[in-house]
Write a protein that binds this ligand. Structure first.
Ligand SMILES: Cc1cc2nc3c(=O)[nH]c(=O)nc-3n(C[C@H](O)[C@H](O)[C@H](O)COP(=O)(O)OP(=O)(O)OC[C@H]3O[C@@H](n4cnc5c(N)ncnc54)[C@H](O)[C@@H]3O)c2cc1C
Length: 708
């Protein structure tokens, strides 16, 4: 279990990208989808690099590493029970833990008033996130900023801010002392002060005790006026970590031995800013975290295979490269100090060298070495003769905790007054690296579409879950996360889980059988000429997932997050509204794609459809992705529907007609006289617009006619 995508844990994952370790399940829990590389952050501030250039896409890294990515924040660690509590998701057990969660800004001895515009520089990802807010403040008026803390980070920040905001910002570095880092030589300090002077950056000696809206108050009572402040006064760790049972060093960081293991729990590694090495104080830095990562990535696997661990030997002195003016950097190493363009070049080579290790090229899959944990008795042969059932222990443990079906009865009795019911079954395979909780949500919504498109609502469900071959805490993790994800949607939907089945498989996935009730069944053959055709949400899950998992740089981490948000959006509200407006037909766009479902409607209703394809129909508006990537189901969909469609070859969106959807939109029709009222209500209740695809028409030569 890895907590935090810091500079060290990402190296463990990178190692897993090149090695397939049988018997090992790896999970990364990170509060962000992306990790920010500290060395390039000042360059991002002064707009030398963009956000993608300084970020590591953690979901993609996990995908390539064969690990599971969970976006959540750890809020408690019970290391005695080897258990982690998360902010939003169910708690998780681990066998071996690696904590690389960085640090937060130190606020000890400071009173920060709520009205103050004080921004923390740590964690560095928070500073990056807050930059937009700082921009807004400074855009409105020429501002005065105080950078609190006199360390080297404050100078580097000051140089970057000065370049970002030019003459719009008056910068003061305010510290109890200045440049006290013992590895900085005299010449470097002189350079730093000279560059500050050239850039109009001032120094002000003093200890800040209060930060308020318009000023700072120093310990000696002096008031210092400023519009905003940046807190760069050292590091601390968050309370979930400091309140744990793990030993702390003198400064309050988690104490580790020279193998980077906790001094009192040998199943927990801690690296980066969060740790303090016994009797070996070093300032917190990304460089240190990177170096520790090189040892951590070996030690984790040595520990798992019971071999002696490697020692981390912290350097006494290390290279500083600090960006100063445009294309200039200052180099400090022992007594050497240089300021020049070549120093910037060197910095760029080193930084890009690190971050590029975590970028993946489209279509190139890495050949992985197959390794086994040496304690091969732990790596079981799964014979599958038992129907690959999960262990009874896991099942009973889960059911008992849920207080449902503790006696393991074979079937449930469902009392139902209505005589006719809707029933459907659907199955989807787990996308590698996806959080199984999210997958539970998606699988519920995917199945729910069948009931909704028949005009019904879900009453009861039966779930069959295929878990990855595993046992103990891993089996429990998948079972619990799958089920809790499903349950979270069932609760919203007012449906009951009545029976279940579970098994182990090389292809984990979820099958859901749903029973639904309906007042008036909606079928596909009631379409009326001139009715408008709508989609309840945009399309594109098939090719976008293909592009992302092919490591295409056309689809970024933010694009992927957006895709997951759409995948987790259900159609029940849209279905309700379409019923209010007496939609005569309804279907859901599934794995067969839009063309297949729309042609079914036209064929059954003895009509044709005239539609227009524009960017609005796409989850991701970048058409280049649609043109370059196809999901595996595309070709089958194309060959079964192409003869029903008239679309010009030059239409850049034509591929979307055949793209397979997971939890796709509903397609329904609305009478033209209701158009405005329907669109208004939809927008009001769902927060986004329905997509007007076109209209139903008299039968034509082709069932679907795409007009340009
Ligand atoms: C302005 C500035 C410039 C700097 N420049 C440099 C530089 O040029 N070179 C250098 O060596 N150092 C630099 N540093 C220092 C550097 O930022 C830190 O020392 C470094 O980022 C620490 O790395 P880390 O691996 O410990 O953790 P981080 O890189 O901070 O990563 C920790 C990760 O854990 C996640 N996380 C935290 N808590 C939780 C939780 N509870 N649950 C789940 N996830 C969690 C965070 O979101 C984050 O992604 C700079 C610092 C500042 C403020």
């Amino acid at each position: 279990m890895l907590i935090g995508g810091g500079h060290a844990n990402v190296q463990v994952l990178k190692k897993l990208c090149m090695n397939n370790i049988k018997g090992l399940h790896t999970i990364l829990i990170s509060e962000h989808f992306e990790a920010t590389y500290s060395g390039m952050t000042p360059g991002y501030i002064h707009k030398e690099f963009n956000k993608d250039e300084i970020s590591i896409d953690l979901q993609r890294l996990c995908f390539n590493a064969g690990a599971t990515f969970i976006k959540d924040k750890v809020v408690k660690i019970e290391n005695i029970n080897k258990k982690l509590e998360l902010l939003n998701l169910p708690s998780i057990h681990y066998d071996l833990l690696s904590i690389n969660t960085g640090s937060i800004s130190n606020t000890k001895g400071l009173e920060i008033e709520n009205s103050s515009r004080c921004f923390f520089v740590k964690p560095i990802s928070l500073l990056v996130k807050n930059l937009g807010q700082i921009d807004k403040i400074i855009k409105n008026k020429k501002s005065k900023i105080a950078i609190i803390g006199g360390g080297i980070a404050s100078y580097e920040l000051a140089f970057s801010l000065s370049r970002r905001y030019k003459n719009n910002l008056e910068i003061t570095i305010l510290g109890k002392n200045f440049l006290k880092e013992k590895n900085l030589n005299k010449k470097t300090k002189k350079y730093l002060k000279k560059i500050s002077k050239q850039l109009g950056i001032r120094e002000f000696l003093g200890e800040v005790v209060t930060i308020s809206e318009t000023h700072l108050i120093l310990k000696n009572g002096v008031k210092f006026d400023c519009d905003l402040s940046l807190l760069s006064s050292g590091a601390n760790i968050e309370s979930w970590l400091s309140n744990s049972n793990l030993n702390k060093d003198k400064s309050g960081f988690i104490a580790v031995d020279n193998n980077l293991l906790s001094t009192n729990d040998k199943s927990v590694f801690i690296t980066g800013d969060a740790c303090g090495i016994e009797d070996n104080f070093r300032p917190k830095s990304g460089v240190m975290a990177v170096r520790q990562g090189e040892v951590l990535k070996e030690n984790i696997f040595l520990k798992l295979t019971g071999r002696p661990l490697v020692k981390f030997k912290p350097q006494k002195n290390w290279l500083y490269l600090i960006g100063t003016h445009e294309n200039y950097a200052l180099l400090n190493y022992y007594f050497l100090s240089f300021h020049g363009r070549w120093c910037w070049k060197l910095k760029e080579i080193i930084d890009r060298g690190f971050i590029n290790k975590f970028k993946f090229s489209s279509g190139k899959s890495m050949t992985k070495k197959n390794l086994e944990l040496e304690k091969s008795k732990d790596v079981k042969m799964y014979c599958q003769g038992c129907g690959s059932k999960v262990s009874k222990k896991t099942l009973v443990k889960y059911l008992n905790a849920e207080s449902s079906n503790p006696e393991l009865s074979d079937a449930s009795i469902v009392n139902n007054n209505s005589s006719s019911q809707l029933q459907s079954i659907d199955h989807i395979k787990l996308f590698s690296s996806l959080n199984p909780f999210d997958f539970g949500i998606i699988s519920y919504l995917h199945s729910q579409n069948d009931i909704l498109s028949s005009g019904g609502s879900v009453q009861t469900i039966s779930v069959s879950q295929g878990l990855p071959f595993s046992e103990g805490i891993i089996e429990s993790f998948y079972m619990e996360y799958f089920m809790k994800g499903i349950k979270s949607e069932a609760i919203k939907d007012g449906s009951t889980i009545v029976s279940g089945h579970s098994y182990q498989s090389k292809e984990p996935g979820i099958t859901i059988t749903m029973n639904g009730i309906f007042e008036k069944q909606i079928s596909k053959n009631q379409g009326k000429e001139n009715d408008l055709i709508y989609l309840s949400k945009p399309l594109g899950t098939g090719y976008l997932l293909a592009a992302y998992f092919n490591n295409s740089d056309l689809i970024s981490s933010i694009n992927f997050q957006n895709l997951i948000e759409w995948l987790k959006k259900g159609n029940s509200k849209a279905s309700e509204i379409s019923k209010i407006f007496k939609s005569s037909i309804s279907t859901d766009i599934s794995g067969f794609g839009l063309a297949s479902h729309l042609s079914d409607i036209c064929r059954s209703s003895k009509l044709s459809a005239e539609i227009r394809l524009n960017e609005e129909i796409l989850i991701n508006k970048n058409i280049e992705i649609l043109e370059n990537f196809k999901s595996t189901g595309f070709n089958n969909n194309y060959s079964s529907s192409v003869n029903d469609v008239l679309v010009s070859n030059s239409n850049k969106l034509k591929n979307i007609l055949y793209d397979p959807q997971t939890n796709g939109p509903l397609l329904f029709s609305i009478h033209i006289k209701n158009q405005i009222e329907f669109e208004r209500k939809f927008q009001l209740e769902l927060g986004f617009s329905p997509i007007l695809l076109g209209k139903l028409k008299k039968p034509e030569h082709k069932l679907i006619n795409v007009i340009d």
